[in-house]
Ligand binder design. Structure first.
Ligand SMILES: *[C@@H]1O[C@H](CO)[C@@H](O)[C@H](O)[C@H]1NC(C)=O
Ligand SMILES: *[C@@H]1O[C@H](CO)[C@@H](O)[C@H](O)[C@H]1NC(C)=O
Ligand SMILES: *[C@@H]1O[C@H](CO)[C@@H](O)[C@H](O)[C@H]1NC(C)=O
Ligand SMILES: *[C@@H]1O[C@H](CO)[C@@H](O)[C@H](O)[C@H]1NC(C)=O
Ligand SMILES: *[C@@H]1O[C@H](CO)[C@@H](O)[C@H](O)[C@H]1NC(C)=O
Ligand SMILES: *[C@@H]1O[C@H](CO)[C@@H](O)[C@H](O)[C@H]1NC(C)=O
Ligand SMILES: *[C@@H]1O[C@H](CO)[C@@H](O)[C@H](O)[C@H]1NC(C)=O
Ligand SMILES: *[C@@H]1O[C@H](CO)[C@@H](O)[C@H](O)[C@H]1NC(C)=O
Length: 387
């Protein structure tokens, strides 16, 4: 709208000039909407004029056959109607209807007037109320039938079938959680998606969305038993420290129960918060942490199993927990210190031994070379002389 680019005082000046009074005029009219049962609709209206006009909302139901509008107010229809209006420079009003039902379908009319006698019961106003209408259509969410066909243990084909043909499909969208996986402009009433990477990464809640007016969607669950993995960092602990063993599951549906066990050839011991005061277990949804305080090299070097359970079954992982002795932790350090000591000693001894000899040897060899050189020259001379 061209007027949208102008500032409000400019619009007022344009339409009303410098007059002190000026009839009401729409600068934003309500727009028609289609909504699903249970959703909310917001319609908006803006009016200018001097003095600032009053805005009212009126409604006529689609099913009414006597052409009569009734006024809407803030809090009508058991608080489902909310009207927010501002009267600064000009008038704006937003009508919001929540928890829509098909009975809310109808004509919504924005009426405005700034005639001083506009609400007088007997006087006929000099200027009529101006009106602008929008249609709101509330439809029930159409049925979408879903299907999941397992092609293998790793692949499942999801499909959604929109049952009604009255909605015009302009495309499809697949989501996992809130992440868009695929979007197309196909107009068919059936949409499919190949889920791969099962069971771990593939599981989750997928949504098929038909791009219609309004969009309609359905959630398809791809459920698996818990897929549990432990953190690599869980595998080692130092004697006397606290050992931290962590297992995670990122599959769907979420884990409802976690359990820890020590598995030995002869027995399975259940570990709980209470089974020893050295164990503390904290489980939060997709993760469980077992803390073993004051780790003992004899008692705690075991195979630990973490088992997760959800409505589809149980899954687990095994951690081979290795405890390093205090000394073992020191070995690398001691090794380095030892190496340094040995090196320093060797260098020291070598330097001390080498220094006095070296000087003599150098002098010897240098003079020796000179001597032999001069000897060779003499020989040459002698040979030449003899020739
Ligand atoms: C028009 O119909 C509505 C219900 O549809 C009723 O409440 C209202 O009284 C009727 N008005 C007249 C003038 O008949
Ligand atoms: C109306 O105003 C209230 C409070 O300022 C706000 O919480 C609500 O969202 C507004 N409603 C609409 C439809 O703008
Ligand atoms: C979709 O559902 C309709 C009935 O609602 C059925 O006739 C049609 O065969 C289904 N299409 C597919 C691909 O399943
Ligand atoms: C999905 O799998 C079916 C059957 O294996 C195959 O025909 C189809 O081409 C696959 N679709 C995509 C997009 O990979
Ligand atoms: C999908 O999973 C959610 C969460 O576990 C659950 O509330 C919903 O009922 C499931 N939907 C179907 C169709 O099973
Ligand atoms: C174990 O105890 C700790 C604190 O004492 C608590 O935070 C945790 O939730 C308990 N875990 C279980 C599985 O009861
Ligand atoms: C566990 O779940 C929460 C919420 O569902 C998520 O934010 C977090 O990233 C998950 N943890 C891991 C390790 O994936
Ligand atoms: C842990 O779960 C697995 C199934 O994944 C089951 O075979 C095993 O017996 C369970 N361990 C214990 C100690 O219950």
């Amino acid at each position: 709208m061209g007027l949208g680019l102008l500032t409000l005082p400019a619009v007022l000046l344009l339409l009303c000039g410098r007059r002190t009074e000026c009839t009401a005029g729409f600068i934003k009219s309500p727009l028609s909407e289609v909504r699903l049962t249970g959703e909310a609709v917001e319609i908006h209206c803006e009016v200018i004029g001097r003095p600032i006009p009053e805005i009212q909302w009126w409604f006529e139901a689609d099913y009414s056959n006597n052409e009569s509008f009734s006024q809407l107010w803030d809090g009508a229809r058991e608080e489902r109607v909310q009207i927010n209006a501002t009267y600064i420079f000009h008038a704006t009003s937003t009508l919001c209807v929540t928890s829509l039902t098909p009975e809310d379908s109808g004509t919504y009319e924005c009426r405005a007037s700034n005639d001083p006698d506009r609400n007088h019961l007997t006087k006929i106003p000099r200027m009529k109320w101006i009106r602008s209408q929008a249609n709101v259509m509330v439809i029930d969410h159409p049925d979408i039938t879903t299907n999941a066909v397992y092609m293998s243990e790793k692949t499942v084909i999801l499909s959604c079938n929109l049952s009604v043909n009255s909605l015009i499909v302009s495309g499809h969208r697949w989501l996992k959680g809130s992440k868009v996986l695929h979007e197309d402009k196909d107009t068919s009433n059936v949409m499919t998606y190949n889920v791969t990477g099962l069971p771990g990464d593939g599981s989750g809640q997928y949504t098929c969305e038909f791009l219609t007016t309004p969009d309609v969607r359905m959630v398809v669950n791809v459920s698996v038993s818990p897929q549990v993995l432990h953190l690599k960092a869980s595998e080692h602990g130092n004697e006397g420290d606290t050992g931290v063993l962590t297992c995670q599951s990122n599959s769907f549906p979420p884990v409802t129960d976690w359990a820890w066990y020590i598995v030995s050839p002869n027995a399975v011991e259940v570990i709980g918060n209470g089974s020893s005061d050295r164990y503390v277990i904290k489980s939060t949804g997709n993760q469980t942490v077992l803390r073993i305080s004051n780790v003992d090299i004899e008692k705690d070097q075991n195979e630990y199993t973490c088992n997760a359970t959800n409505e589809l079954g149980t899954g687990g992982d095994v951690i081979h927990f290795k405890v390093r002795s205090r000394l073992a932790a020191l070995w690398p350090f001691l090794g380095i210190v030892g190496e340094v000591v040995v090196l320093v000693t060797i260098i020291f001894i070598y330097e001390k031994r080498r220094k006095p000899d070296e000087v003599c040897e150098d002098e010897d060899s240098a003079t020796g070379a000179l001597k032999s050189n001069s000897g060779a020259n003499n020989d040459n001379l002698r040979q030449r002389n003899s020739n």
